[in-house]
Write a protein that binds this ligand. Structure first.
Ligand code: NDP
Length: 459
């Protein structure tokens, strides 16, 4: 048999394997559209890997990596300020622990369901692997809606949530952090309740804590800053930069705020941001201090920005933010915010680069359109890994019982993002798709986990 035939045979075997396992995943999870979307995107990238590494087929890596090690679903009962009882559903998906304790955020949002939890935990496997740190993958949350709830209601809900979750987590088992609707306040209540139940003080059980109360400096900024560091690497490689570019950022939460801050520090003009009600456009460039005060301190809606900046416009349809012409787009709000229509609009308006700050903000069709049109594309798994990377640094600081300075954390974050960029670029080149960072990220993350899964045996 010639080498070529051998290669063709391997390629066919790899395609059959990927197809077979995808059909199995579809059959087993028929109604989980976000989870199926995330698995399909990964599977498409991995064909050349299986052609080169038949040992992964022999070890059933794809069958195993798509089935969570454990899913915990539980009742969260709590009482509102008027004494009415409410019941929400809590989740923790402990997807993969080959590289370390399960690690991933907690989301409080009415849209939370099994499929969204599983897609987020699945993505986390590859993201956490890319950071190079010893962390496995998980995700959790609840369909609880924090909007309009009083401080005490948030506390009672969060304590009830942790009362059950505490049975399943621990500094060497599973270390949750924040995500949509969960910031340092909610982490603080969860941390207090966990330690109350355990009768001690386990500093490393949660990350994203307030730096005044055991958290890491630089964690709050890490995802947004990290996304911009990654995109800046990608731009520089192609003779471009944030300097003097026009940028649109969706959302106005944790990731968006610090993506805006870092982009502005690098000389960009950020002209728009949003919340789930609508978007603001400020042709003079967004005044970030106003956004921070409205969102972080006063808990207000983004339209109120226009009260203080009369030149700015507010539009109610938040998805129309992608009709604003820009050089760089940073979707930092939520999943599937950019579809084919938005992708075409951005390209027609001159888009050069896109960095996914949120998890899976572009659907599969939109990603294909960006790649076909040579838009520089930074995929979420790689671009937004800065948050979890600094969470892992928080775990290290908690274990050592010391705290690094903000400068030290930021320096380490920048290095991690540069390394992630280099490994995605390298994997894309090695597997025949130079410049395709979607494939590069999926492959580089996958290889690290797959090798460890082989080493740990079938389980
Ligand atoms: P936040 O809750 O702090 O902010 C979310 C922001 O997105 C809010 O401004 C929210 O508006 C807005 N938003 C939500 N839904 C929509 C929508 N359909 N259209 C427009 N805006 C919307 O969450 P984070 O910033 O923490 O998370 C944002 C994304 O980044 C998520 O995909 C998350 O999984 C991902 N991520 C977060 C990390 C972190 O460290 N926090 C780490 C890695 C990824 P409103 O206030 O109206 O709801």
């Amino acid at each position: 048999m010639t080498n070529m035939e051998n290669t063709r045979e391997n390629r066919n075997r790899a395609n059959d394997y990927v197809h077979e396992v995808y059909e199995l995943v579809k059959k087993r999870n028929p109604d989980e559209k976000e989870f199926l979307q995330a698995t399909r995107e990964i599977f498409d990238s991995l064909r050349p890997v299986f052609a080169k590494h038949p040992e992964y087929i022999r070890n059933g890596i794809l069958e195993r990596i798509t089935e969570p090690e454990r899913i915990i679903s539980f009742r969260v009962a709590w009482e509102d300020d008027k004494g009415k009882v409410h019941v929400n559903r809590g989740f923790r998906v402990q997807f993969n622990s080959d590289l370390g304790p399960y690690k991933g955020g907690i989301r409080f949002h009415p849209s939370v369901n099994n499929s969204i939890m599983k897609f987020l935990a699945f993505e986390q496997i590859f993201k956490n692997a890319l950071t190079g740190q010893p962390i496995g993958a998980g995700k959790g949350g609840s369909d609880f809606d924090p909007k309009g709830k009083s401080e005490r209601e948030i506390m009672r809900f969060t304590q009830s949530f942790m009362t059950e979750l505490s049975k399943h987590i621990g500094p060497d088992i599973d270390v949750p952090a924040g995500d949509i609707g969960v910031g340092k306040r909610e982490i603080g209540y969860m941390f207090g309740q966990y330690n109350r139940l355990k009768g001690g003080y386990e500093a490393g059980v949660l990350t994203g804590k307030d730096p005044k109360h055991g958290g890491s400096l630089g964690r709050k900024e890490a995802t947004g800053y990290g996304t911009v560091y990654f995109v800046e690497e990608m731009l520089n490689e192609n003779g471009l930069s944030f300097k003097d570019s026009t940028v649109v950022v969706s959302g106005s939460g944790n990731v968006s705020t610090y993506a805006i801050e870092k982009a502005q520090q690098l000389g960009a003009k950020v002209v728009a941001c949003s919340d789930s009600g609508g978007y603001i456009y400020d042709k003079n460039g967004i005044d970030l201090e106003t956004v921070k005060r409205l969102k972080e301190v006063e808990n207000k809606r983004i339209w109120e920005y226009t009260k203080e900046h009369p030149d700015a416009e507010y539009h109610e349809d938040c998805s129309a933010i992608w009709s604003i012409p820009c050089d760089i787009a940073l979707p930092c709000a939520t999943q599937n915010e950019i579809d084919e229509i938005a992708a075409h609009m951005l390209i027609a308006n001159g888009l050069q680069a896109l960095g996914e700050g949120a998890n899976m903000p572009c659907n599969i069709e939109a990603i294909e359109i960006f790649l076909e049109n040579k838009v520089l594309f930074a995929p979420a798994k790689a671009a937004n890994a800065g948050g979890v990377a600094v969470s892992a640094m928080e775990m290290s600081q908690n274990s050592m019982r010391l705290g690094w300075t903000e400068e030290e954390v930021d320096m380490r974050l920048k290095t991690v993002m540069e390394n992630i960029y280099a490994s995605c670029k390298d994997a894309a080149e090695r597997f025949g798709k130079p410049g395709n960072l979607v494939m590069g990220a999926n492959i580089a993350g996958f290889l690290r986990v797959a090798d460890t899964m082989v080493a740990h045996g079938i389980r």
